[in-house]
Structure formats: C-alpha cells, structure tokens
Design a protein. Structure first.
Length: 125
C-alpha cells in the first residue's frame, strides 16, 4: 500500500468512571470518543463501526448512547461485556473504532484516559 492511500484500521481506547451512574458513563465515553477523533483527525464519515465493552460492574448505561449523543447515530454501534479477569481494571469502558484513514499504522494515536492509562503504559499520552 502506498503512502497516502486510504486503509481500514482499528483505533483503540479506554477510560474509567469513578461511579456507575448514567451521567458519568456518558461523560467519560463522550470524552474518550472525542479524544480518539481529535488525535487522529477522524471525520464522522470515516467511521465504519464502533465496538464498546464495559466491565461487569457498569450497568447504568450503554456506552453507545454517548456516540449517539455526539451525532454518530448513523454508525453501527455494539456494546458488549468485557471478560472478567481477576485483578483487571474495574469500572472500565473500552472502545474499538474502525475507521478509514490515510495515516500509517505507526501514526495512529490510541487514547487511554483516567485509570485506564495503566492498560497501555507503552503508548504516549
């Protein structure tokens, strides 16, 4: 693939909430989506789909509602429960956004916010 060609990539991110309330789940998920979009210069029309997972201790709201609140309602959205692994980050929302981009894979900037930063300490903030 030549530099500058469009390609389909997955952009990852995660965030945490301090308490399981609808308001906090929506606020933190919106913040995460906006950060992923901003860091990578993504336009809404470039987004193919978004998969959300939430740890089982989050039951107050579907993270996908945050995407709809941002006007991304025409994009296929899916929520699922993250597998429960002992010792893993709790109250965590993860995102995998499939987008078309001209960026090289090495230039994609994933976003790990709040307590979720510990999931990918190898990535720059």
């Amino acid at each position: 693939m030549k530099e500058g060609d469009w390609r389909l990539v997955a952009v990852r991110g995660a965030t945490t909430v301090e308490e399981d309330t609808s308001e906090q789940v929506l606020e933190r998920t919106e913040e995460l989506l906006e950060e992923i979009i901003s860091r990578n210069g993504i336009a809404a029309d470039d987004i193919v789909s978004i998969i959300f997972t939430a740890t089982r201790d989050l039951t107050s709201e579907f993270p996908a509602v945050a995407a709809r609140n941002l006007g991304l309602s025409h994009i296929p959205l899916l929520c699922s429960q993250e597998i429960a692994v002992e010792g893993s980050v709790q109250q965590c929302i993860r995102v995998m956004m499939h987008v078309y981009t001209r960026l090289d894979r090495d230039d994609i900037r994933h976003a790990y916010l709040h307590e979720a930063r510990q999931l990918r300490t190898d990535l720059p903030e």
